[in-house]
Design a protein around this ligand. Structure first.
Ligand code: NAP
Length: 316
């Protein structure tokens, strides 16, 4: 990490951030990627089958390919958390969690979303001791055990399918009677003989002394039931942790995602955003990569002094 001013600092090392870095570094912009991890949410996906050019590839493997490509073109990569962004004259100052400051002419925010908590008794206490938010990471610990997945979107379906190949028994608990995820995933989960789907039910309590032992759930008819389980995988969507950007860039009402123009400009000239943390509709690896490329090209044009790029998307 240099003390000099970067042309671009990219916050986030998932598909959006890494694709942005490939583009900025190929345009010879001094580029730094700062991220808490490599690959973000994509890296937690066991198998990606809808990224063009790869019939099937592991999420982490794909992210590592993106990263290697960005580094090959000259981008720097640092594992670190950013907790503040401030405008200082014509430049920006990014503050790291360990109180370092990084100077840059432009910023691309691409740090993705964070798993949503269930907020039931026992969840917090037993996180890491049977409660998990990542089936790919922790699933292999449940060989021949009982695993329970909560949620009804693609992440929950992916997790249930993955776990069905490891655990002896998988429960999938969804609060409605219809899944939100893709039909192909629904079909795969229904075809797995060791998956029992519990519809119209909400988790109410995680039970266990030192580790997860059981899950209490309540059906929509008001019945309270308990199942024995060794692990609980919470896959109920994601939230935007953008509190530190409040007042710096415009956030959307409700979800607090970063509001962007169709060219990835935020309300703050010189700051761009891409991928899941922005208010785009579809949160997909291929889309995030494309958005990252767009943000990079916009940052490049901004640095070239293209005044037409100052966002005017708020005006009608
Ligand atoms: P999601 O699509 O937002 O689904 C969240 C699920 O959790 C929904 O079924 C929702 O129920 C349920 N839920 C939310 N809050 C809950 C609560 N408090 N208690 C119980 N259930 C709750 O989130 P996701 O599955 O993490 O997916 C996020 C994005 O990533 C999506 O765009 C998805 O397509 C994408 N993704 C794609 C793939 C793939 O293509 N294979 C894999 C993973 C993720 P309701 O349905 O009742 O709202």
């Amino acid at each position: 990490m240099s003390k000099q001013t970067y042309d671009v600092v990219i916050v986030g090392g998932g598909p959006a951030g890494l694709a942005a870095a490939i583009y900025t570094s190929r345009r010879a912009l001094k580029t730094l990627i700062i991220s808490k991890d490599v690959g973000g949410q994509a890296a937690l996906t066991d198998e990606i089958e809808n990224y063009p050019g790869f019939e099937s590839i592991g999420g982490l493997e794909l992210a590592e390919k993106f990263k290697a490509q960005a580094i090959k073109f000259g981008a720097e990569f640092t594992l670190m958390e950013i907790v503040g962004l401030e405008k200082k004259g014509k430049e920006f100052l990014l503050k790291t969690v360990d109180k370092k400051e990084i100077k840059t002419k432009t910023v691309i925010l691409a740090f993705g979303l964070t798993p949503r908590n269930l907020e039931v008794p026992g969840e917090q206490e037993l996180t890491g001791r049977g409660v998990s938010y990542c089936a790919t990471c922790d699933g292999p610990l449940y060989k021949d055990k009982i695993a329970t997945v909560i949620g009804g979107g693609n992440s929950a379906l992916d997790a249930a399918e993955f776990l069905s190949r490891i655990a002896k028994q998988v429960y999938l608990i969804h609060r409605r009677d219809e899944f939100r995820g893709e039909q192909i995933l629904v079909d795969q989960v229904k075809a797995a003989k060791n998956v029992e789907i519990i519809y119209n039910a909400n988790a109410a309590e995680v039970k266990g002394k030192d580790r997860v032992e059981a899950l209490v759930y309540k059906t929509n008819d008001g019945e309270v039931k308990e199942i024995k389980t060794d692990g609980i995988f919470i896959e109920i969507g994601h939230i935007a942790k953008t509190g530190w950007l409040d007042g710096v860039v415009d956030l959307t009402e409700g979800r607090k995602e970063i509001a962007i123009s169709r060219d990835c400009a935020t309300s703050q000239p010189g700051v761009f955003a891409a991928g899941d943390i922005s208010d785009i509709t579809y949160k997909q690896v291929v889309i995030s990569a494309g958005e990252g490329a767009k943000a990079a090209l916009q940052a490049y044009r901004y640095l070239q002094g293209d005044k037409a790029l100052v966002p005017d998307w708020k005006k009608k």
